[in-house]
Ligand binder design. Sequence first.
Ligand SMILES: [Zn+2]
Length: 364
Amino acid sequence: MFIAWSWIAGLLIGAAIGSFLNVVIYRTPRGISLSNPKNSFCPSCKHRLTTLDLFPLFSWLFLRGKCRHCGSKVSSRYFFVELITGSIWAGLWYQYLVVTWDPAKGIAYACAAAALVTIIFIDWELYIIPDQVNAWLLVFGLAYDGWLIATHKPGAWTWGMPSAIAGALVGIAALWGIAFLGRLVFRKDAMGHGDIKMARGIGAVLFPAAAGISFGLAVIMGAVFGIAQVFIFRSKEDEPEVVTGGEQGDLAVAEQREEEEYPPESIGSLLKSGIGYVLCFDIIGLFFPSFYKTWYGEDPYEPISEATGFEVERTMIPFGPYLALGAILAAVFEARLLGYVNTYIHWATRGATFLEQLNLRGRL
Ligand SMILES: [Zn+2]
C-alpha cells in the first residue's frame, strides 16, 4: 500500500487526463478526429497551443482564462474538467491504493470515471451522449471482469454469468424499464437512449450491487436538483414572458404546436432498440455504420448541429449527468455505500440479507 499523501500523484495524473478529456469533449460531438489535427489549437485565432498553454490546472489559472496569443476568453470548463477529473482520481487513488490495495479495480474505475466526466460535460452542453464513449465504458467493465475471471478473484461471477455482463443487463433493465413504463403510462419519451446505453456501461464496470446503488443515487440527485432547476428557471422565465400578443405570442403558440406534434417513440421501436442494446448492436454499428443505420435508422457518426445554433430548452432535465455522477460517487465510496445498504436491509428484514439472497456476498 502507498502512503497517504501519495493521493497528490492521483490528483496530478487525473488533471493531466482531464486535459485530454477537454479535447474529447470538444471534438467528439463535432465529428473532429482526436488525432487530426494532432495539436490543440485556439478556436478563436487557430494558433497552435504548446505545453505553456496546456499545462493542467496551472495554465488556465496563470493565463487567467485567456488565450496567450489573441487574448480571447477560454471557457472555465477547461479548468473544471481538469480539477474534477483530478479530484476523482485522487479519491480513487486513496481508496484503492492507500485504504485498501486493489489496483485493478482502481484502474478500471479511474478509466470509467474519465469516460463519465466526458459524458457529463457533453450531455450538459449539447444533450447528447456519444455512442463511442458509452462503448468505452462497456470495454472497461468487460476487461476488468475478464482479469478477475483469469486470476480467479472473488466477485468475478454473478448469477452464473460474468459480473460485468450481469451488471450491464441490470443497467439496461433499469433504464430501459423506466423508458418503457414512461411510454406506456404517460405516453411520453421518459428516458434518452444515451442514458440507457450509459447505464449498460455503468453496470458493466460497477457490477450489479454497486450499479444498483449508483442508479438510486442518480434518481435522488436528479429529483432534488431537477425540481430545484425547474423552479429557478420557471420563476426567471415568468417575468419577461407576460407579453402574449404580437410576434412573441405567435412564436410561443408555434413552439407549443411543434411540441405537441412531436410524437413519442413507438412501442415497437422502443422494443427493437432495447434488443439492440442487449446484443450491443449499437457498438457493432460503430464499426459497420450501414448496419447501425439499418437497425436504428440513423448515422452513428453524424456530427450534431454546431453548438452555437443549438437551442436548449432550459426546463428540460438531462438525466445523463446525474447518472454519471451517481456512478462516480458509487465508484469512490463503494465499500461504504454497500455497507450502508446491507446494514439497512439486514435491519429491515431482521436477519436474512437481501444481498446474500442475491448471491452478491462476494462483493461486500
Ligand atoms: Zn487565441
